[in-house]
Design a protein around this ligand. Structure first.
Ligand code: HXC
Length: 257
């Protein structure tokens, strides 16, 4: 596809999406979100793609939503624009999404990173919600997700102060999975993606669905969905193959059905 604000390629079954507005530290325009949504949807449907890696550049994952673009907006224009439709759809992707974060990861950029299933960050990455300094607040899930990750007291401290947190602090709060040397972030994310690309695709998919659901629902409700998904996998050829391969002491060949 012909994208303006992102670059994409597919390598060994892994789709790499790079945010590409380097002059403005990858500030996220509405057009960029539409392109990310479109790339996610394309790769989600594409059989050859097993996982998606989302990254920026070494200086910035993304320094927030594009301030120039929204500074003159009013409430009615925003309601009619309905830009969060694209943002909401970023959460409907079934394949694993691995984020690789270097440099600034602020505001909408942080919210975009929080849409990823797994996050690897450079030891020099900085995460934050500086919206308070602009007289606004996060609008793409920042207050909600930070609260779920670190609890209301910690979340308020970060959101009210608007100061950046280091990769170490982000890891302490369960925001990122791993801290990696700056030059290795994308490589390590790709390596992780390739490792899970070999696993049974339907298992990956239903585990993601179950975990995401569990994060937002009661233990009881979560276990109901888990059970249904567990049963569902017994209708797959991959379950028969996986268990047969075990008894035959050989590697399974999964087909994703
Ligand atoms: C538009 C931006 C931008 C942004 C940086 N730039 N961030 N343009 N929107 N969010 C532009 C600058 O204007 C500048 O353009 C160029 O990128 C380089 O930025 P500098 O500020 O010169 O770089 P530096 O001094 O290194 O400072 C880096 C920085 C700073 C600390 C990250 O750029 C910064 O504070 N940016 C804004 C961060 C922010 O407030 N984000 C939240 C946005 S609100 P020129 O043309 O001067 O070279 C938000 C709400 C989301 O995200 C709501 C849901 C969608």
């Amino acid at each position: 596809a012909d994208f303006q604000s992102i670059k994409t390629k597919v390598e060994d079954g892994i789709a790499l999406i790079e945010l590409n507005r380097p002059d403005v530290l990858n500030a996220i325009s509405r057009g960029m979100v539409t392109e990310i949504r479109s790339a996610f949807e394309t790769f989600d449907k594409h059989d050859a793609v097993k996982a998606i890696v989302l990254t920026g550049n070494e200086k910035a994952f993304a320094a927030g939503a594009d301030i120039d673009e929204m500074m003159e907006d009013d409430a009615v224009t925003l309601e009619l624009l309905n830009q969060f439709k694209d943002w909401d759809q970023l959460h409907t992707i079934k394949k694993p999404v691995i984020g690789a974060v270097s440099g600034y990861c602020f505001g909408g950029g942080f919210e975009l990173a929080l849409c990823c299933d797994i996050l690897f960050a450079s030891e020099k990455a900085q995460f934050g919600f500086p919206e308070i300094k602009l007289g606004v607040m996060p609008g793409a899930g920042g207050t909600v997700k930070l609260t779920k990750l670190m609890g209301p007291k910690n979340a308020l401290e970060w959101l009210w102060l608007g100061e950046p947190m280091t990769a170490k602090e982000a890891q302490k709060h369960g925001i990122i999975n791993r801290i990696v040397a700056p030059e290795l972030v994308v490589e390590e994310a790709m390596k992780f993606a390739r490792t899970i690309a070999d696993k049974a695709p339907l298992s990956l998919r239903l585990i993601k669905e179950s975990v995401r659901y569990a994060a937002d629902h009661s233990v009881q409700d979560g276990m109901q969905l888990e059970r249904k998904n567990f049963y569902l996998l017994f209708s797959s050829e991959d379950q028969k193959e996986g268990m047969k391969a075990f008894t035959e002491k050989r590697y399974p060949h999964f087909k994703g059905k």
